[in-house]
Design a protein around this ligand. Structure first.
Ligand SMILES: Nc1ncnc2c1ncn2[C@@H]1O[C@H](COP(=O)(O)OP(=O)(O)O)[C@@H](O)[C@H]1O
Ligand SMILES: O=C(O)[C@@H](O)C(=O)COP(=O)(O)O
Length: 418
C-alpha cells in the first residue's frame, strides 16, 4: 500500500525528497511530470512525483497539481505532501500559497503545515524566519536568484502575499514542548481561521515533533520534513535495496557530460573548480544571443571532445554577467538558456552519451522533459539530497540532478569522474 505521495515543484526537489524517503527506509517510486491518466502506480510505500511548476504561471501550476492528485486518487493514494524548496523559492504571486490553497480545497483538509526547514541542508527556521546556514534567507545568495529572488526571510509575511487565507505560525518553544503541544497550538490557530501554519525547526527532532499526526492536514515543506514523515511511517526496506530492482547504470567509464545552468554561488564555485579538471565550454548569451547558434556551437564542441572523459558546458554566470546577457537576449533569457542546455543534452544522448550531470533545478527539469524521462530508479547519493538516478526504459541513462545550492565545491569535478 502506498502511504504517501510527495508532489515536488521541481525535479531536483523531487530527487531530494526521494533520497530522504529512501534514507528513512521506505520503498520509493520516482516519477517525472504529471502521470498519464490510466497509467498504474507500482507497488511502493511512497511515490514522489517531480513536476516543473515552481516558476510557471499559477493557473498552470494548479492545473498540474490537480491532474496529479486525480491520478494519485485513481491509484488509491489519498495522503499528499507538497515539497517545495528549502529556500522557499517563490515570488510574491506564488506558487506556494496558491498550491497550498488548492490542496486544501481538493482534500477538504483543515490546514497546511508549512516547514521548509531541512537541517541536513543547513536550512532552519526560527520565529518564522528562514536561515541558510548562519545567514538570513534574504541576505543569502538567494536574494539575487534569476527566477525567484528571495528578498524577505519572514515566511508568514511572504506566504501572506501569495494567498487570501490566514497564515499563522508555531514557534520553536512550542515545537520543543513536543508533538502534543504542536497539535494543541495548531488546533487553536485553526479555530481562529488560520489555514497555513509555518512551523519552526532547527533540528531533526523538531521535525519529528511536527511530522506526526495531522490526519486532516496537508503537510508541506522541504526534504527534512519529508524524511521525518518517512521515519514516522516506519522503515520497510534496508536503505540500499530498491523496490523496483536494479539496472546496470552507466558508470564514469562511459564519460560524463556536465551541464550547468544554476547561477547559485555554490554552483559558480563548483564550475570554477570543474574547469580546472575537464574541458569546459561557457555559453554566454551576451556574446551569442541566439538559441540555435548556442546549441550548434555546443554540440559541435561536445562532439570534438573525448567521449570517454568528463566535459562541462555551462551558462552559469554571476549577476553582473547575466545582466549583460539579458540585454542582448531579452527578458526570457533564463528560460531560453534552460532549453538550450536541454537540447544539448538531447543531442548528446542521440550521439551516445549515457551519463549526464545537471546543475540547477529548473535546468534539470528542462533536461529531463527534453529527454522524455518519466520514471527513474533512485540510487546512491553523490552528496546529501543528490542521488544518482537511472532511467527505467530504453538504454539506461545515469542522471545526477543537482539543486543549484547543493554539494561541496568539488562536487561537479568529483561526481563526473567517480
Ligand atoms: N547566463 C545566464 N543569464 C541568465 N539566466 C541564466 C544564465 N544561466 C542560467 N540562467 C538561468 O538561471 C536559472 C537557474 O535556475 P535553476 O536551474 O533552477 O538553478 P538553481 O537550482 O540554482 O535554482 C535557469 O532558468 C537558467 O536558465
Ligand atoms: O529543498 C531543496 O533545497 C531542494 O530539494 C530543491 O528544491 C532544489 O531546488 P533548486 O535549487 O532549484 O534545484
Amino acid at each position: 500500500m502506498t502511504h504517501i505521495a510527495v508532489i515536488a515543484d521541481d525535479y531536483t526537489g523531487g530527487t531530494d525528497a526521494a533520497a530522504a524517503l529512501r534514507r528513512s527506509g521506505l520503498r520509493v517510486v520516482m516519477l517525472f511530470g504529471v502521470p498519464a491518466p490510466g497509467s498504474t502506480l507500482q507497488n511502493c510505500d511512497a511515490v514522489v512525483v517531480g513536476i516543473k511548476f515552481r516558476s510557471i504561471a499559477r493557473a498552470e501550476a494548479c492545473e498540474y497539481v490537480e491532474r496529479t492528485v486525480a491520478w494519485l486518487r485513481e491509484n488509491g493514494v489519498n495522503r499528499y505532501f507538497y515539497k517545495y524548496c528549502s529556500t522557499f523559492d517563490s515570488t510574491p504571486e506564488g506558487n506556494i500559497g496558491p498550491v497550498c490553497d488548492l490542496l486544501l480545497t481538493l482534500t477538504g483538509a483543515r490546514y497546511t503545515i508549512v516547514c521548509p526547514a531541512t537541517p541536513l541542508h543547513l536550512r532552519t527556521t526560527y520565529l518564522g524566519h528562514l536561515f541558510v546556514d548562519d545567514t538570513l534567507l534574504s541576505e543569502s545568495s538567494m536574494r539575487t536568484h534569476p527566477l525567484t529572488p528571495m528578498t524577505d526571510s519572514n515566511l508568514v509575511r511572504w506566504l501572506s502575499l501569495q494567498t487570501e487565507s490566514m497564515v499563522g505560525s508555531v514557534p520553536l518553544n512550542v515545537v520543543r514542548a513536543g508533538h502534543e503541544a504542536v497539535i494543541e497550538r495548531v488546533n487553536g490557530l485553526v479555530d481562529q481561521g488560520v489555514r497555513h501554519i509555518v512551523a519552526d525547526a532547527t533540528n531533526d527532532s523538531d521535525l519529528d515533533s511536527i511530522a506526526a499526526g495531522h490526519e486532516s492536514a496537508v503537510l508541506s515543506g522541504g526534504a527534512g520534513l519529508v524524511e521525518a514523515v518517512g521515519r514516522n511511517l516506519g522503515a520497510s526496506l534496508p536503505a540500499d535495496e530498491h523496490p523496483m530492482g536494479s539496472r546496470d547504470a552507466p558508470d564514469a567509464s562511459s564519460g560524463t557530460l556536465v551541464l550547468a545552468g544554476s547561477c547559485s554561488e555554490a554552483t559558480l564555485e563548483q564550475v570554477r573548480r570543474a574547469r580546472l579538471t575537464m574541458p569546459a565550454l561557457r555559453l554566454d548569451p551576451g556574446d551569442i544571443p541566439d538559441a540555435d547558434t548556442l546549441v550548434d556551437t555546443a554540440v559541435a564542441w561536445n562532439e570534438a571532445q573525448d567521449q570517454t572523459r568528463p566535459r562541462l558546458i555551462y551558462t552559469s554566470a554571476a549577476a553582473e554577467e547575466r545582466r549583460r546577457g539579458a540585454m542582448a537576449m531579452g527578458p526570457d533569457t533564463p528560460q531560453i538558456l534552460e532549453h538550450v542546455l536541454a537540447r544539448i543534452a538531447s543531442r548528446a544522448v542521440e550521439q551516445g552519451a549515457r551519463r549526464i550531470v545537471v546543475a540547477g533545478g529548473e535546468t534539470s527539469g528542462a533536461v529531463v522533459a527534453e529527454l522524455g524521462v518519466q520514471q527513474v530508479l533512485v540510487g546512491a547519493e553523490a552528496a546529501p539530497g543528490v542521488p544518482w538516478c537511472t532511467t527505467v526504459s530504453g538504454d539506461p541513462i545515469s542522471l545526477l540532478l543537482k539543486s543549484g545550492n547543493f554539494g561541496d565545491p568539488d562536487f561537479l569535478a568529483k561526481s563526473a569522474s567517480a
